[in-house]
Design a protein around this ligand. Sequence first.
Ligand SMILES: Cc1ncc(COP(=O)(O)O)c(C=O)c1O
Ligand SMILES: N[C@@H](CCCC[NH3+])C(=O)O
Length: 452
Amino acid sequence: MFLHGTSRINESGHLEIGGCDTVQLANQYGTPLYIVDEQLIRQKMRAFVGAFEKTGLPFQVGYASKAFSTLAMCRIVDEEGLLLDVVSDGELYTALHAGFPAERIYFHGNNKSPFEIEYALDAGIRLFVADNFIELEMLQVLAEQKGKKANVILRVSPGVEAHTHAYIQTGQEDSKFGFDLSSGQAHQAALQAYHASHLNLEGFHCHIGSQIFETEAFRLAIDKMARLAKECYEQYGIQTRILNVGGGFGIRYEENETPRPVEQYVQTIASAVTRAFQRLPQIPEIWIEPGRSIVGEAGTTLYTIGTVKEVIGVRKYVAVDGGMTDNLRPALYQARYEAMLANRAAEEADETVSIAGKCCESGDMLIWDIELPRVTQGDLLAVSCTGAYNYSMANNYNRIRRPAVVFVQNGEADLVVERETLQDIISQDRIPKRLLRKEQVKTNESQLSKTL
Ligand SMILES: Cc1ncc(COP(=O)(O)O)c(C=O)c1O
Ligand SMILES: N[C@@H](CCCC[NH3+])C(=O)O
């Protein structure tokens, strides 16, 4: 397994992250356990900011909450001075509850509800990334009702196909996200927003997909967005003050993968924007909003190995105490991960096994064909690079409890999300009166009265 950030193999032959022995973490917090290397997160954020500072251009780095959102994470994003991208009332609530300043939060999403829009307007967020005509109308009406002006940038689908899994491509024309560029919808939306009495159009947004290794797709998208900005300026007098080019920068899940260094993505974006906007009155403030490239490599999931089944002459299945409930990505995108035995990290691999999850789904396989030392029940498996879209996509399939999350740094571990309890699993359930057994009626009613 490729070791990221502060991960190393310590003198006991155990995997250590942030100065904490993962075997001790497993004993203390149980498994499955998400371990997050706080120093690596901060380092990634600073790398984006530092790379932009070198360009001398106006910029803002945002963090896409969808990759991993908790109260503690919002505190770190705030301390590092980034903007925060949210896409739901839940992400907004988390941010505000963490004390994240509303004026650095902006709201994404292709189907924002009236409640979400009102909540965000009341909170006084920085802006909305408007996705479609119905939303523009809702924003105008709700802002007017509140006697406010809503700042907006328009999400545009630029018709650029990035080379990544089809389910995480978003910039192509046939997409559920954004105003289509080629049919003239984006121009029409710009005109509508510009003339709306309670909207303040500040610019444009595009996001071409996720886990992108090439830089060419970003350049192509920026060229198209600059053409849109130029046409809007020349035809309607609209000035583009912000150009948000999204996130999507690839990371190294497997040792043989070679994503570009952050500086290279930033350099490409900065020079593409400078060149493409040279005939316009001003270079817009460049925004990016990475998620995966900030938290992905910082996460490691620790599992306990349970059963082992050998299909003679075919394959050995090694089952862990989690699976598609804590990491949906292999089942959803055929995503590949690397792993090691955390308690025997220095030992040589001597067999090929496949790692199965514990859900009642044949597709619940975390890793096919991985080389490991001969495993036994009770060994600890550490799967690397699980910081992004793991905890945030975790679910309770089979009524499995979602794991705890610990942040580690300088030898200290802080529990930032508690493991769900069995009580949590039924906490939202209600039994209708007609299904209650006699002895349950009283308890249920007293519970209900407590909730009401
Ligand atoms: C609009 C938008 N911005 C930002 C992101 C974050 O992408 P990534 O985590 O690949 O950086 C996404 C997710 O793909 C997205 O849809
Ligand atoms: N959830 C996806 C990426 C996010 C897509 C959001 N536009 C993944 O795990 O890779």
